[in-house]
Design a protein around this ligand. Structure first.
Ligand code: M6R
Length: 577
């Protein structure tokens, strides 16, 4: 994961500016932060970017690089924080990705007398170049690096005294933003979208040298022309406003964002959703791939399409190639908020090799997933800052419902935003009170059946991720096959009971009989649920029930005084395998 930023400017810039730009990438990792300038300055520390920004000295610079880390190789420490210099302090790098053969390279470098200060794989990059540059020029050294290293990388490198950044990438994302007097390098367009709307996206095994102008090269070092894209990213909602956390702000935006996606599918994205539908109709096999929350959205997609006799399947991206046979008649539909999830990208590259067609549903425009797709739709949820996916999940499901409607499902999506607002307004206080009774619990079980099964999984994921409660989201019918043994007096069980779902009522009784403390969420008033969510349509209940789960995860975590927007060990964009 990790976020990297580089700035090459014609005039002097304050060093605080590079850290402010980096802050926009903090969602990619927040274990440590650091920057380096071409006068040889390196400042780094563990902890939050905001604290670092407050304490840092204000220096003027023309060329600098910065890094926010999500630790992989080596613990969270100042030594392991980026940037990393070579032995002489002449070359300084930041890196996002994992160099898989770093131990072999390190071994060779150690034998040549290099001294390493960190436990990271990244540090070898600076030393590798220090060694190479003894008898090669920079271009040739980068070509060699691309040939000799295994793994993933987006690297920015500066040389003391030079006003240039050397940038190269494979699998990890990297974009060049083109300003009027500055160039910006960033893991994604968030890093510079407040400065420019023009960007060039690096493809794999390309590199660039950025100084007064920029030049791109292929992996052999041949110059290449790259297209400058004008991007529009009009939904910046990153200010927390009056809210205590982004998570609650983003949950409360759900009505608004659902209206936006439905409106767009009726208008500017209408042609695209029809195209997606046609691709589905023409394919012999349709498979959704996704990770985490987006996978649960995919499962719902399969359910909705199944309701209208369209067959599809959903596979977790990291397991994709083990569970499917694909060819040119297969359509892969990738669902990814960030569009940068490495597991999804790897699966897509695998599918592409097998000549499958690729469609995607993403939130971030120009993301890697979007760029690899034959067709891509955007869910228009706006930037989601909290690590937990909330509003983006709701918009993913809304888009999938729209798709099912095109095939004959009859869900009125024009009133969906009203149901969402009503759910939040009528239940927030009640959820908060419930959270106060649950926050000391170690385990929570969430039961669903049919379309509420993916929702049970999603609610359980939220409970793990934000309040750190061990939660299991499972099929009500599976309880009796083993898990029932874990239910004892007072075990919390959340039961999602759709209208007239008698089987789910029986499963709920089964846990109640064993002493479980059951919380029922239903759109069936006659069963007198703890949370009654008014809607005659099950598909809308899928959405409103999720929102109760999101609020519950939020309020339990708040009661426990946890870092809600940045839970431990996680990052928003998961760019490692
Ligand atoms: O960006 P993506 O939708 O591809 O991300 C997939 C998962 O990493 C993501 O949904 C993760 O599970 C969320 N943090 C859950 O809230």
């Amino acid at each position: 994961m990790c976020g990297i930023i580089g700035i090459v400017s014609q005039g002097y810039v304050s060093s605080k500016e590079i850290i402010k730009a980096l802050k926009r990438l903090e969602y990619r990792g927040y274990d440590s932060v650091g920057y380096a300038l071409n006068d040889g300055t390196i400042e780094k520390d563990t902890g939050q970017i905001a604290v670092f920004l407050e304490k840092m000295e204000d220096k003027k610079f023309k060329t600098g690089i910065a890094h926010t880390r999500w630790a992989t190789h080596g613990g969270v420490s100042k030594e392991n924080a980026h940037p990393h210099p070579d032995c002489s302090g002449n070359l300084i790098i930041v890196h996002n990705g994992i160099i898989k053969n770093y131990l072999d390279i390190k071994d060779t470098l150690l034998k040549k007398g290099h001294v390493f200060k960190s436990e990271t794989d990244s540090e070898i990059i600076a030393h590798y170049f220090e060694e190479k540059l003894k008898n090669k020029d920079m271009k040739q050294a980068i070509v060699d690096f691309m040939k000799e290293t295994k793994g993933t990388f987006a690297v920015l490198m500066i040389k003391k005294g030079e006003n240039e950044i050397y940038a190269f990438k494979r699998d990890s994302p990297l974009a060049l933003g083109i300003g009027s007097k500055e160039f910006y390098l960033s893991s994604d367009i968030y890093g510079f979208s407040d400065k420019t709307s023009k960007a060039i996206f690096f493809d794999d095994d390309e590199f660039a040298i950025i100084g007064e102008e920029y030049k791109f090269y292929d992996k052999e070092g041949n110059p290449i022309e790259k297209e400058v894209k004008e991007f529009e990213w009009g939904f910046f909602e990153e200010e927390k406003e009056a809210y205590e956390h982004y998570m609650i702000k983003e949950i409360k935006e759900e009505g608004k964002t659902v209206r936006r996606i439905i409106n767009s599918l009726n208008n500017e994205q209408h042609k695209k959703i029809l195209e997606l539908n046609e691709m589905i109709t023409n394919a012999k096999k349709v498979c959704f791939i996704a990770s985490g929350t987006s996978y649960f959205a995919s499962l719902l997609g399969v359910y909705f399409l199944n309701r209208v006799n369209v067959e599809s399947q959903a596979i977790i991206a990291s397991e994709f190639k083990h569970f499917i046979k694909i060819d040119e008649n297969t359509l892969i539909v990738a669902i990814s908020q960030s569009g940068e999830t490495m597991d999804v990208l790897k699966a897509l590259k695998f599918a592409k090799k097998k000549k499958a067609k690729i469609a995607s549903i993403v939130n971030v425009p120009y993301s890697s997933v979007q760029r690899i797709s034959d067709l891509s739709l955007e869910i228009l949820a706006g930037q989601e800052i909290c690590v937990a996916a909330t509003k983006t999940f709701i918009n993913q499901i809304s888009l999938l419902l729209y798709l099912a409607n095109l095939n004959g499902l009859n869900v009125n999506l024009d009133t969906l935003h009203e149901r969402i607002q009503e759910t939040i307004e009528n239940n927030e206080k009640k959820v908060e009170a419930l959270a106060q009774t649950l926050y000391k619990k170690r385990d929570i079980y969430v039961l669903g059946r049919g379309f509420t099964y993916p929702i049970a999984r999603e609610i359980a994921l939220k409970l793990k991720e934000i309040p750190y409660i061990h939660a299991e989201g499972m099929m009500g019918g599976e309880l009796k096959h083993g898990t029932l043994a874990l239910i004892e007096e007072g075990t919390p069980v959340i039961s999602l009971i759709a209208y007239s779902d008698d089987e789910m009522i029986s499963n709920t009784k089964e846990v109640e009989a064993r002493g479980a403390r059951v919380v029922t969420i239903s759109n069936d008033e006659k069963i007198d649920p703890d949370f009654y969510l008014r809607t005659s349509k099950d598909e809308k209940f899928a959405i409103t029930a999720t929102i109760i789960g999101q609020l519950l995860a939020y309020y339990i975590a708040r009661e426990k005084e946890l870092p809600i927007d940045k839970p431990r060990n996680l990052a928003k964009s998961v760019t490692v395998e």
